[in-house]
Design a protein around this ligand. Sequence first.
Ligand code: TXA
Ligand code: MG
Length: 317
Amino acid sequence: MADIVSEETALERAIALVHAGQPVALPTETVYGLAADATNGAAVARIFEAKGRPRFNPLIVHVADRAMAERIGRFDALSRKLADAFWPGPLTLVVPLAPDAQIHPLVTAGLASVGLRMPRGFAAKLIAAAGRPLAAPSANSSGRISATTAAAVAADLGDRIALVVDGGPTPVGLESTIVKVEPDGVRLLRPGGIAAEEIEAVLGVPLLRGDAGGIEAPGMMRSHYAPRAGLRLDADRVAPGEVLLAFGPERIAGADKAVLVLNLSPSGDLREAAANLFSHLQALDRSGASVIAAEPVPATGLGEAINDRLRRAAAPR
Ligand code: TXA
Ligand code: MG
């Protein structure tokens, strides 16, 4: 079983594992990541192995600073502007891969582009101290809900990795927002921890939405983030035997008979709801109920990403 070690004391051991080509589970501000040296193919292969993840799915490369980012990707003016505004933080920029980036092709799934993100906290410290960019998908088995606590990582992947660095519950709770600068605008590839409206405020124009065609973000499979239970979205009543994922101060009909009710945010705050989303889904799933009813969540701000994850969790599989 993996050792769970507090982030205050885990740095030396994490550096040694990164240098040895072994994956390490660590906290970022969004969700826990399963991180390994992005320049080492065997290390990256161990991430896929531990997650049971399809190989065609490219990984985000995490960097410690802008200099590291610009050695790996080619930045245009708009990508720089977005990095200035949101790094470090929950924004991933997809940019063309630099000619001598030294990122292993397994990370980019052979694409000519790379997803780059500068995280906060322990992850940034480890990248700087190890002197390597880290490829890191969310630290969960492929297709499962992302982990927002060290305990959730250990329960899922603990028998396949050596170390889980514990930084407490992740503050944002949703994966990063992914955007890509295209010839006619900036495309939103995945809604996430930074609301689209915040990015649009920096750009001064709306983001492009929808699929540009092709497999732009092949990780965006419909049945991603799946709990074992079925998930019934926009419920207006709770059926017998169901558990309830609630939002806001008012309950839908039948909520008093629900086997278990967990509220994403009793006051209706979307930031709080995002931070609670995956842990509440996991806890409702663990109750053993076969269906989770979910109250509607507004689609504005972080609600866009929350609804995106809920739709994926509810998709047939
Ligand atoms: O917050 C996050 O982004 C977390 C933490 C650990 O940093 N990471 C994360 O990684 O969510 P992952 O692997 O679960 O999701 C990465 C997404 C996938 O949908 C993948 O397809 C997309 O990023 N992606 C990576 N590189 C890409 C590229 N070159 N072009 C388009 N999409 C890319
Ligand atoms: Mg993931």
